[in-house]
Ligand binder design. Sequence first.
Ligand code: NAD
Ligand code: UD1
Length: 335
Amino acid sequence: MSILLSGGAGYIGSHTAVALLQAGQDVVIADNFCNSSPKVLDRIEAITGKRPALIDADLCDREAADAIFRSHTITGVVHFAGLKAVGESVQKPLLYYRNNLDSALTLLEVMQAHGCRQFVFSSSATVYGDQPAPLHEDSPTGGCSNPYGWTKFMIEQILLSACAADPALSVVLLRYFNPVGAHESGLIGENPNGIPNNLMPYITQVAVGRREKLTIFGNDYPTPDGTGVRDYIHVVDLANGHLAALNYCAAHTGCEIFNLGTGHGVSVLEMVETFESVNHVAVPHVIGPRRAGDLATVYASAEKAERMLGWKAEKTLADMCRDSWNWQSKNPNGY
Ligand code: NAD
Ligand code: UD1
């Protein structure tokens, strides 16, 4: 009996695989490696002493998805697979809608055919659009500023409808805030293609000398120091949130939504200063214009996950900075 991690070779999936294996679960990873490397399997094995089963498959391919369930007894699915680059989703919206919606629908249909009813979905705080922080699970959603965000919104709607139609289904929607950090071994971490879009990988690539300087996107926001405020969460805490979500799924039916964040906002400048002081490394930076689509302040209410899942983020901002740098400095060019 195994848990299927679709997109399990990626950043969050690989950390979740480690957490599940260390908790004694059997894991099957299905990934087409469009944004990851098969080398991650060796790293997972080096950390845990166990090697998850690997299936090289595009989850939009119905036959390939069905074959996973024929060859393994899957009791629950965590659906990480998806394309996630916000800017690219604006340039290539059809690719994003096709890949993200199709993979989710295909998996759900195949699960239904095989009587598998537990599904945890990687959603995002982006579904809240421009709502005031702290964001609660019942805050309004929609108003996304890009196709990537709309795919998350639409898959949430699909899952709500599927649960309304089938009372035996058990679905958890996890709305991640800003995942950063890496496993403390430095063996697995975030490995973005090309120029990073997100703050932490940009900082680590500047620190390691791959990029000249960080541009801080605006210092005139209505925040304490004028730079954008986000709820950064250590990826190992986030991975543990999936264990709690799977346990919840096993004990409940219906669709439940949880934010996975710390509940605390951190500014861009605070992040840069903490990174420099924890790691004793310089991050040259300049202030530039605001980035289109950015919000001033985004952070979670983390209360519901603690109350209902018994999960809360444990790691500090210093842990996030130290572990991100440990990964980047040991793997300057990724896997
Ligand atoms: P990632 O790109 O590292 O991992 C996604 C994995 O899915 C990759 O290994 C990729 O190869 C695989 N994949 C994509 N399409 C596939 C397909 N059709 N068939 C099989 N495999 C496919 O991304 P991540 O940061 O680990 O994110 C995991 C999930 O969490 C994504 O759905 C993402 O949208 C969501 N999410 C991420 C963040 C973040 O900041 N990292 C924030 C909110 C939500
Ligand atoms: C971005 C996406 C969001 C997605 C999330 C996780 C946008 C508009 N939003 O969120 O949809 O769910 O990533 O993948 O792209 N910053 C800089 N300089 C940089 C990079 C970032 O100053 O080079 C600032 C940003 O302005 C922001 C903060 O750092 O204030 C965090 O940015 P980022 O890591 O990109 O995350 P989000 O913008 O929260």
